[in-house]
Write a protein of this length. Structure first.
Length: 282
């Protein structure tokens, strides 16, 4: 499967005119990106546009694309296992139905996690957090370009989640997104964890800093200004921004770079790379 995913990546680069006189187009665009603007990229639900969201197939693809972060959504099964699924129900992305919390891991592993995708991916299952961590840890052990986890804590107790990330050596570089109350409980379990609460305006910033000592703030694109980005950076805190849906555009990637955003989250990683390989954003 990983060889198929890599073929699709290169084919996508070719048909959209991304090819360059280089032995590896992905390396070309990645190298162009890292020289300007020093901004990281997170792949939303691991979305690679070549495989279904939150599956091992799409994670393999974005590892090959050298993403800085893979965003994963962590939930808990009926028997207490941690799995990766965005929705609280199975209906949208699998051939099952109903709440995921009412199914055991064995039951979930009998489902396809590729609803609506072509036949190539129908054997993809809902992955466990263990499986994802093993995949990322193996990649990082054999490649100079490291990929970290952006953990969206949908429904998972902090203790087992921290234990799994620690087991694979991924805890220290992961970032954790969730409600303020959840992040506070996570800090009690892992005092050095990199927390990322949401931030809507400057009025709530200092209270969140005092309570959570965040590594980063997740700032809505509509709320982000040069002033707000500067104020956050003055506190030695990073700025993460979702550029999704209608906001997922080349113009906004370039604007985020000018604002000094540290990490953008996107569904179109290759488009980000291509944007910063042109002279228009320099």
């Amino acid at each position: 499967m990983k060889f198929f995913a890599l073929f699709i990546i290169h084919f996508t680069l070719y048909i959209y005119g991304y090819s360059q006189p280089s032995s590896d187009s992905i390396d070309y665009f990645r190298n162009q990106f890292v020289t300007h603007p020093k901004m990281g990229v997170s792949t939303h639900r691991g979305n690679s546009n070549v495989a279904p969201e939150n599956t091992l197939a799409t994670y393999r693809a974005v590892l090959q694309m050298k993403a800085d972060y893979i965003e994963i959504d962590v939930r808990t099964t009926k028997d207490g296992k941690l799995i990766i699924l965005h929705d609280g129900t199975l209906d949208r992305t699998t051939n099952g139905s109903g709440p995921v919390s009412e199914r055991t891991l064995d039951e979930l592993k009998k489902l396809s996690a590729a609803k609506g995708a072509d036949d190539t991916f129908q054997t993809e299952q809902i992955p466990t957090l263990d499986e994802v961590c093993q995949l990322v840890a193996d990649w990082n052990a054999h490649h100079s370009s490291k990929t970290n986890l952006y953990v969206d804590c949908k429904a998972a107790a902090p203790e087992p989640m921290v234990a799994i990330l620690t087991k694979y050596g991924l805890l220290n570089d992961a970032v954790f997104y969730g409600s303020d109350n959840y992040l506070a409980s996570l800090r009690n379990v892992a005092p050095t964890a990199k927390l990322m609460p949401s931030l809507r305006n400057t009025r709530e910033m200092m209270a969140k800093i005092n309570q959570l000592h965040p590594f980063a703030f997740d700032v809505s694109w509509a709320s982000l200004t040069d002033t707000l980005a500067t104020q956050i950076h003055q506190q030695d805190i990073r700025v993460f921004v979702d550029l999704l849906g209608n906001d997922d555009t080349s113009e906004n990637y370039a604007k985020a770079a000018r604002l000094g955003v540290d990490v953008i989250q996107t569904d179109h990683l290759l488009n980000v790379y291509r944007t910063f390989s042109t002279n228009t954003t320099r």
